[in-house]
Ligand binder design. Sequence first.
Ligand SMILES: O=C(O)CCC(=O)C(=O)O
Length: 291
Amino acid sequence: MTSTESVETESAVPYDLHQPYALDAVSRQHFDDHGFVKLSGVLSPETLAAYEPEITGKVIELNTQHLPLAERDTYGKAFLQVINLWRHSERVAEFVFSRRLARIAAELLGVDDVRLYHDQALYKEPGGGITPWHADQYYWPLATDRTVTAWVPLQDTPDEMGPLAFAAGSHRFAFGRDLPISDDSEREVQRALAEQDFELVETPFRLGDVSFHQGWTFHRAASNRSASARKVMTVIYMDARNTIAEPTNDAQRNDLKCWMPGVGVGEVPASPLNPILSSSPVGRGDTRGGC
Ligand SMILES: O=C(O)CCC(=O)C(=O)O
């Protein structure tokens, strides 16, 4: 561990965030075969309830999207998006630095350790629009596909709220990887996936369910037809040994500058913003740098 990766001493967190989760072989195989897996009982309702108010408070405080829904584009209608909340709150950092979530991520990817890419809250407002089909790794200048997002709903998420949905097996499908989230990606990827008969897995999430999807797995979410916000916290992980690839688009150039500051092409992104989370002590460490 380098000095930039060192973190503060273990604080007393009276919840289940850091205990191991019994990940079974069937779930690991499902993740390999289908590019995602949904696990139940990953975090207890009590733990989620304990962190939700602080996460929601930070989303409200840090949100920069203030246009009425009707005046936003498709991306803007999909959700309020706030990145790296952990830098703004010790309490949120406790959650994001969950060793339980990080160990699951490492085991699913089949790597020794994972480091943080960034966290992000994705709050789909009542009346919020669809999240168009896309694959996340379009945005990430990383050399390998060993990346995974933990999608953690902070309430039960029935169909009418827009639970995350996946095209099973699409992590091996190359079409559409060059499309950012947009009306085009929704239309083009939908058409291509349907032509190839990929199974759409679109099911509700119970509180405590967490999905893990690979960087190249195509996914979307329906609109929020309910009267409540669909509150979701996500943590994006990469293999701790992954390196930076030459960015292929402006979004990747921006991600490199903002979320892995000071790291060059070919290097391991061991910046202060990318601590190893699967085996390090719990604590926020250095939050400086980036955007
Ligand atoms: O929450 C959503 O609607 C989309 C989530 C997503 O695209 C992701 O976490 O990669």
